[in-house]
Write a new protein. Structure first.
Length: 271
């Protein structure tokens, strides 16, 4: 009896697992067509200079309008793309689309483009060529492109990441470490990387206004980053209190719903 129940339990989990795997495979198939069928698009979120209140850059954030499921977030489909090797073609498509768009705005707006690179893209031996290709095709100057790499991606293989970052730096692009504070890197490791911007992860900003402890932690991250010659940006600013706290701590740039969310059309013109 107990054995039969046990069997049933396993059978139940098997069905769940099978459904999950099937959904996964279907979505992966769909993603394969998404680039060709033009279902991927880029939303742009302003990055604001906290001293002048002006947008100095926009971060390009990938979106997928699925014919059945509607807009799928990158948190869902980027991991799928990473597993299936689609990330390299999707990443290249994203770079071409976004650099073209920002190059077209630049005669009027002095904006930089921030674009995210995934861990798998860092492993692509053609990455430097892909970035160079997007710059050449769009006419966007290299200094107007900032590539964001997460701290955890760098920490997967710091030596390899350092080589890739140096190869990108040769192109003249700016480099940012994204989601800082979540990836266990050390000062000594950061010092050896050719970085320009450090983006403090949203999780540090959320409770900033009500926690003296967090204020001290974020304050020391900013001091440390400045000592390394880095510009500091904070992610996920949702309230005036968080914004004021970050200004007090000397944070250089900010991004978040309070300053402007990601939008499909239109570019920030300052506040
Ligand atoms: P990220 O690079 O850290 O981007 C910031 C994320 O925070 C974005 O989510 C943005 O919409 C969201 N966000 C901005 N302001 C706020 C705020 O005030 N509050 C909250 N709660 N969230 C805020 P999104 O667009 O869903 O992107 C999630 C992640 O997906 C990105 O995190 C990035 O790691 C990845 N991603 C997005 N586009 C691309 C891409 O083109 N290539 C790669 N490889 N990854 C991408
Ligand atoms: Mg980012
Ligand atoms: Mg981030
Ligand atoms: Mg983040």
């Amino acid at each position: 009896q107990a054995k039969a129940r046990g069997g049933g339990r396993y059978a139940f989990f098997d069905v769940e697992l099978r459904e999950r795997v099937q959904r996964h495979m279907v979505l992966e198939q769909d993603l394969r067509h998404a680039v060709r069928q033009d279902q991927l698009w880029v939303a742009y979120q302003p990055v604001v200079d906290l001293r002048t209140d002006r947008a100095v850059a926009v971060e390009g954030l990938l979106r997928w309008t699925h014919p059945l499921h509607g807009v799928v977030s990158p948190g869902e489909f980027i991991p799928l793309a990473e597993e299936s090797d689609l990330i390299n073609s999707i990443g290249a498509h994203m770079l071409h689309t976004a650099t073209r768009r920002i190059a077209a705005e630049r005669p009027w707006l002095d904006l930089k483009l921030n674009a995210n690179l995934s861990p798998r893209q860092l492993e692509d031996p053609d990455l430097q060529g892909i970035v160079q290709g997007a710059l050449a095709e769009s006419g966007l100057p290299a200094r107007a492109l900032c590539l964001e790499i997460t701290e955890s991606a760098i920490m997967q293989d710091p030596a390899a990441a350092a080589r890739v970052l140096h190869s990108l730096r040769e192109l003249g692009v700016c480099l940012a470490i994204d989601d800082f504070g979540t990836g266990h890197s050390s000062l000594a490791q950061l010092r050896r990387l050719p970085l320009d911007i450090l983006k403090i992860d949203r999780s540090f900003v959320t409770d900033l206004a009500d926690s003296d402890e967090l204020r001290i932690i974020v304050g020391s991250i900013i001091t440390m980053a400045h000592a390394l010659g880095l510009t500091v940006a904070a992610e996920g600013i949702e309230t005036e209190e968080q914004l004021a706290a970050l200004r007090d701590l000397g944070c250089d740039q900010g991004q978040g719903y309070h300053l402007g969310g990601p939008v499909a059309d239109g570019m920030p013109t300052g506040r």
